[in-house]
Design a protein around this ligand. Sequence first.
Ligand code: ADP
Ligand code: MG
Length: 258
Amino acid sequence: MSGVSVDKGTKDAVPADSLVVLSNVNKHFGALHVLQDVDLTIARGEVVVVIGPSGSGKSTLCRAINRLETIDSGVITIDGKPLPAEGRELARLRADVGMVFQSFNLFAHKTVLENVMLGQVKVRKTDKKAAEEKARTLLDRVGVLSQADKYPAQLSGGQQQRVAIARALAMDPKVILFDEPTSALDPEMINEVLEVMQQLARDGMTMVVVTHEMGFARSAANRVVFMADGKIVEEATPDQFFSNPRSDRAKDFLSKIL
Ligand code: ADP
Ligand code: MG
Protein backbone atom coordinates (compact mmCIF):
# COMPACT_ATOMS: atom_id res chain seq x y z
CA MET A 1 0.00 0.00 0.00
CA SER A 2 1.32 3.45 -0.79
CA GLY A 3 1.75 5.65 2.21
CA VAL A 4 3.04 8.84 3.68
CA SER A 5 6.19 9.06 5.68
CA VAL A 6 5.60 10.35 9.15
CA ASP A 7 8.19 12.16 11.21
CA LYS A 8 7.38 10.75 14.58
CA GLY A 9 9.90 12.46 16.79
CA THR A 10 10.55 10.26 19.81
CA LYS A 11 7.44 8.12 19.43
CA ASP A 12 7.18 4.50 18.39
CA ALA A 13 7.27 3.70 14.71
CA VAL A 14 4.07 4.56 12.84
CA PRO A 15 3.20 2.23 9.99
CA ALA A 16 3.32 4.27 6.82
CA ASP A 17 -0.01 3.25 5.30
CA SER A 18 -2.85 5.65 4.65
CA LEU A 19 -6.09 5.21 6.56
CA VAL A 20 -7.92 8.45 5.81
CA VAL A 21 -7.28 10.29 2.55
CA LEU A 22 -8.85 13.57 1.47
CA SER A 23 -8.09 14.57 -2.11
CA ASN A 24 -8.94 17.99 -3.45
CA VAL A 25 -11.96 18.37 -1.16
CA ASN A 26 -14.17 21.43 -1.55
CA LYS A 27 -17.18 22.50 0.47
CA HIS A 28 -19.33 25.62 0.31
CA PHE A 29 -22.01 26.95 2.60
CA GLY A 30 -23.77 29.27 0.17
CA ALA A 31 -21.15 31.79 -0.93
CA LEU A 32 -18.75 30.74 1.81
CA HIS A 33 -15.97 28.43 0.57
CA VAL A 34 -15.31 26.57 3.86
CA LEU A 35 -13.01 23.81 2.56
CA GLN A 36 -10.73 24.84 -0.27
CA ASP A 37 -8.83 22.14 -2.18
CA VAL A 38 -8.05 20.25 0.99
CA ASP A 39 -5.54 17.41 0.62
CA LEU A 40 -4.80 15.45 3.75
CA THR A 41 -3.54 11.93 4.38
CA ILE A 42 -3.69 10.33 7.79
CA ALA A 43 -1.60 7.21 8.32
CA ARG A 44 -2.72 4.27 10.41
CA GLY A 45 -1.67 4.87 14.00
CA GLU A 46 -1.01 8.55 13.43
CA VAL A 47 -2.19 11.32 15.75
CA VAL A 48 -2.92 14.53 13.84
CA VAL A 49 -3.78 17.70 15.73
CA VAL A 50 -5.72 20.29 13.73
CA ILE A 51 -5.47 23.86 14.92
CA GLY A 52 -6.50 27.22 13.53
CA PRO A 53 -8.66 30.24 14.17
CA SER A 54 -12.38 29.97 14.80
CA GLY A 55 -14.30 29.65 11.54
CA SER A 56 -11.36 28.22 9.59
CA GLY A 57 -13.23 24.98 8.75
CA LYS A 58 -11.88 22.54 11.34
CA SER A 59 -15.29 21.20 12.41
CA THR A 60 -16.46 21.01 8.82
CA LEU A 61 -13.36 18.98 7.99
CA CYS A 62 -14.14 16.48 10.77
CA ARG A 63 -17.80 16.31 9.85
CA ALA A 64 -16.93 15.71 6.20
CA ILE A 65 -14.67 12.76 7.15
CA ASN A 66 -17.63 11.23 8.99
CA ARG A 67 -20.02 12.37 6.28
CA LEU A 68 -22.10 14.34 8.71
CA GLU A 69 -21.54 16.96 5.98
CA THR A 70 -21.59 16.34 2.26
CA ILE A 71 -18.78 17.71 0.13
CA ASP A 72 -19.13 19.52 -3.19
CA SER A 73 -16.12 17.99 -4.92
CA GLY A 74 -13.11 15.85 -4.24
CA VAL A 75 -12.82 12.39 -2.71
CA ILE A 76 -12.59 11.11 0.85
CA THR A 77 -11.57 7.50 1.42
CA ILE A 78 -11.48 5.51 4.65
CA ASP A 79 -9.13 2.53 4.49
CA GLY A 80 -9.18 2.70 0.72
CA LYS A 81 -12.96 2.91 0.33
CA PRO A 82 -14.67 6.08 -0.87
CA LEU A 83 -17.42 7.35 1.43
CA PRO A 84 -20.76 6.34 -0.10
CA ALA A 85 -23.54 8.91 -0.20
CA GLU A 86 -26.04 6.98 1.92
CA GLY A 87 -27.46 3.60 2.88
CA ARG A 88 -26.17 0.61 4.77
CA GLU A 89 -22.66 0.86 3.37
CA LEU A 90 -22.44 4.43 4.71
CA ALA A 91 -23.60 3.28 8.16
CA ARG A 92 -20.88 0.64 8.16
CA LEU A 93 -18.14 3.02 7.08
CA ARG A 94 -19.34 5.66 9.50
CA ALA A 95 -19.09 3.14 12.32
CA ASP A 96 -15.38 2.85 11.46
CA VAL A 97 -15.00 6.57 12.15
CA GLY A 98 -15.63 7.46 15.79
CA MET A 99 -16.51 11.01 16.72
CA VAL A 100 -16.22 12.83 20.03
CA PHE A 101 -17.83 16.25 20.14
CA GLN A 102 -17.31 19.34 22.28
CA SER A 103 -20.78 18.93 23.76
CA PHE A 104 -20.51 15.17 24.62
CA ASN A 105 -23.77 14.34 22.78
CA LEU A 106 -24.66 11.40 25.04
CA PHE A 107 -28.21 10.07 24.96
CA ALA A 108 -29.77 11.85 27.94
CA HIS A 109 -32.50 9.28 28.56
CA LYS A 110 -30.10 6.29 28.55
CA THR A 111 -27.79 5.26 31.35
CA VAL A 112 -24.03 5.48 30.95
CA LEU A 113 -23.88 1.73 30.38
CA GLU A 114 -26.67 1.84 27.79
CA ASN A 115 -24.92 4.70 26.00
CA VAL A 116 -21.85 2.51 25.49
CA MET A 117 -23.90 -0.59 24.56
CA LEU A 118 -26.30 0.96 22.07
CA GLY A 119 -24.15 1.28 18.95
CA GLN A 120 -22.64 -2.15 19.50
CA VAL A 121 -26.10 -3.74 19.55
CA LYS A 122 -27.77 -1.63 16.84
CA VAL A 123 -24.95 -1.14 14.33
CA ARG A 124 -22.44 -3.90 15.04
CA LYS A 125 -25.19 -6.43 15.90
CA THR A 126 -23.29 -7.58 18.98
CA ASP A 127 -25.44 -9.59 21.41
CA LYS A 128 -26.44 -7.77 24.59
CA LYS A 129 -24.34 -9.78 27.00
CA ALA A 130 -21.13 -9.29 25.02
CA ALA A 131 -21.98 -5.62 24.49
CA GLU A 132 -22.46 -5.10 28.22
CA GLU A 133 -19.20 -6.84 29.03
CA LYS A 134 -17.32 -4.72 26.54
CA ALA A 135 -19.04 -1.54 27.77
CA ARG A 136 -17.96 -2.28 31.35
CA THR A 137 -14.39 -2.97 30.27
CA LEU A 138 -14.24 0.31 28.36
CA LEU A 139 -15.89 2.32 31.15
CA ASP A 140 -13.26 0.89 33.48
CA ARG A 141 -10.53 1.84 31.04
CA VAL A 142 -11.64 5.50 31.01
CA GLY A 143 -12.18 5.50 34.79
CA VAL A 144 -15.98 5.80 35.07
CA LEU A 145 -17.15 2.24 35.67
CA SER A 146 -18.62 3.26 39.03
CA GLN A 147 -21.00 5.59 37.14
CA ALA A 148 -22.38 2.86 34.84
CA ASP A 149 -25.98 2.98 36.09
CA LYS A 150 -26.30 6.77 36.26
CA TYR A 151 -27.73 9.10 33.62
CA PRO A 152 -25.43 11.54 31.81
CA ALA A 153 -26.81 14.59 33.63
CA GLN A 154 -25.71 13.08 36.95
CA LEU A 155 -22.05 13.09 35.82
CA SER A 156 -19.50 15.88 35.64
CA GLY A 157 -18.53 17.18 32.21
CA GLY A 158 -15.19 15.37 32.39
CA GLN A 159 -16.92 12.10 33.24
CA GLN A 160 -19.45 12.58 30.43
CA GLN A 161 -16.69 13.18 27.92
CA ARG A 162 -14.88 10.03 29.07
CA VAL A 163 -18.13 8.10 28.57
CA ALA A 164 -18.33 9.59 25.07
CA ILE A 165 -14.81 8.30 24.39
CA ALA A 166 -15.77 4.85 25.70
CA ARG A 167 -18.84 4.91 23.46
CA ALA A 168 -16.68 5.73 20.44
CA LEU A 169 -14.21 2.95 21.33
CA ALA A 170 -17.04 0.42 21.69
CA MET A 171 -17.50 0.44 17.92
CA ASP A 172 -13.87 -0.60 17.32
CA PRO A 173 -13.36 2.40 15.06
CA LYS A 174 -10.39 2.61 12.74
CA VAL A 175 -10.02 6.30 13.53
CA ILE A 176 -11.53 8.65 16.09
CA LEU A 177 -12.16 12.33 15.37
CA PHE A 178 -12.18 14.63 18.38
CA ASP A 179 -13.68 18.08 17.77
CA GLU A 180 -12.56 20.35 20.62
CA PRO A 181 -13.25 17.64 23.21
CA THR A 182 -12.19 19.77 26.18
CA SER A 183 -13.49 23.19 25.15
CA ALA A 184 -16.76 22.87 27.07
CA LEU A 185 -15.11 21.58 30.26
CA ASP A 186 -14.31 23.37 33.47
CA PRO A 187 -10.52 23.76 33.70
CA GLU A 188 -10.09 21.18 36.45
CA MET A 189 -11.65 18.50 34.24
CA ILE A 190 -9.58 19.06 31.13
CA ASN A 191 -6.63 16.92 32.20
CA GLU A 192 -8.65 13.83 33.06
CA VAL A 193 -9.95 13.80 29.47
CA LEU A 194 -6.58 14.62 27.90
CA GLU A 195 -4.98 11.80 29.89
CA VAL A 196 -7.44 9.29 28.43
CA MET A 197 -6.65 10.66 24.96
CA GLN A 198 -2.90 10.47 25.62
CA GLN A 199 -3.29 6.83 26.59
CA LEU A 200 -5.25 6.10 23.40
CA ALA A 201 -2.51 7.76 21.38
CA ARG A 202 0.12 5.62 23.12
CA ASP A 203 -1.98 2.52 22.42
CA GLY A 204 -1.74 3.29 18.70
CA MET A 205 -5.24 4.61 17.97
CA THR A 206 -5.45 6.72 14.82
CA MET A 207 -6.71 10.11 15.94
CA VAL A 208 -7.62 13.47 14.42
CA VAL A 209 -7.88 16.00 17.22
CA VAL A 210 -9.12 19.56 16.84
CA THR A 211 -7.92 21.31 19.98
CA HIS A 212 -6.46 24.45 21.46
CA GLU A 213 -4.56 22.37 24.04
CA MET A 214 -1.04 22.97 22.83
CA GLY A 215 0.47 20.80 25.58
CA PHE A 216 -1.47 17.86 24.18
CA ALA A 217 -0.37 18.74 20.65
CA ARG A 218 3.27 18.86 21.71
CA SER A 219 3.23 15.59 23.61
CA ALA A 220 0.80 13.41 21.63
CA ALA A 221 0.74 14.61 18.02
CA ASN A 222 2.82 13.13 15.25
CA ARG A 223 1.80 16.05 13.08
CA VAL A 224 0.15 19.45 13.42
CA VAL A 225 -2.12 20.68 10.64
CA PHE A 226 -2.78 24.42 10.69
CA MET A 227 -5.94 25.63 8.95
CA ALA A 228 -7.01 29.15 8.08
CA ASP A 229 -9.85 30.34 5.84
CA GLY A 230 -10.75 26.83 4.71
CA LYS A 231 -7.23 25.91 3.64
CA ILE A 232 -4.50 23.78 5.11
CA VAL A 233 -1.83 26.43 5.40
CA GLU A 234 0.88 24.44 7.09
CA GLU A 235 1.68 20.86 8.17
CA ALA A 236 4.64 20.08 10.40
CA THR A 237 5.79 18.11 13.39
CA PRO A 238 4.80 19.79 16.68
CA ASP A 239 8.43 20.75 17.32
CA GLN A 240 8.79 22.36 13.91
CA PHE A 241 5.43 24.05 14.07
CA PHE A 242 5.72 25.56 17.52
CA SER A 243 9.37 26.57 17.34
CA ASN A 244 9.48 27.63 13.71
CA PRO A 245 6.09 28.28 12.06
CA ARG A 246 6.63 29.15 8.40
CA SER A 247 3.51 31.12 7.46
CA ASP A 248 2.55 34.56 8.71
CA ARG A 249 -0.94 33.22 9.51
CA ALA A 250 0.49 30.56 11.80
CA LYS A 251 2.92 33.01 13.43
CA ASP A 252 0.05 35.41 14.07
CA PHE A 253 -2.17 32.64 15.47
CA LEU A 254 0.53 31.30 17.77
CA SER A 255 1.38 34.77 19.07
CA LYS A 256 -2.23 35.07 20.25
CA ILE A 257 -2.59 31.71 21.97
CA LEU A 258 0.85 30.91 23.43
P1 ADP B 1 -14.15 25.94 12.92
O1 ADP B 1 -14.55 24.62 13.46
O2 ADP B 1 -12.74 26.01 12.43
O3 ADP B 1 -14.43 27.05 13.90
P2 ADP B 1 -16.36 25.53 11.10
O4 ADP B 1 -15.99 24.37 10.26
O5 ADP B 1 -17.32 25.29 12.20
O6 ADP B 1 -15.02 26.24 11.64
O7 ADP B 1 -16.98 26.66 10.20
C1 ADP B 1 -16.33 27.16 9.04
C2 ADP B 1 -17.20 28.26 8.46
O8 ADP B 1 -18.40 27.68 7.95
C3 ADP B 1 -17.62 29.31 9.45
O9 ADP B 1 -17.63 30.56 8.82
C4 ADP B 1 -19.02 28.89 9.84
O10 ADP B 1 -19.79 30.00 10.24
C5 ADP B 1 -19.53 28.28 8.56
N1 ADP B 1 -20.51 27.21 8.77
C6 ADP B 1 -20.32 26.07 9.49
N2 ADP B 1 -21.41 25.28 9.43
C7 ADP B 1 -22.33 25.94 8.67
C8 ADP B 1 -23.66 25.64 8.21
N3 ADP B 1 -24.26 24.49 8.56
N4 ADP B 1 -24.27 26.56 7.46
C9 ADP B 1 -23.66 27.71 7.09
N5 ADP B 1 -22.41 28.05 7.46
C10 ADP B 1 -21.74 27.18 8.24
MG1 MG C 1 -15.25 24.04 15.32
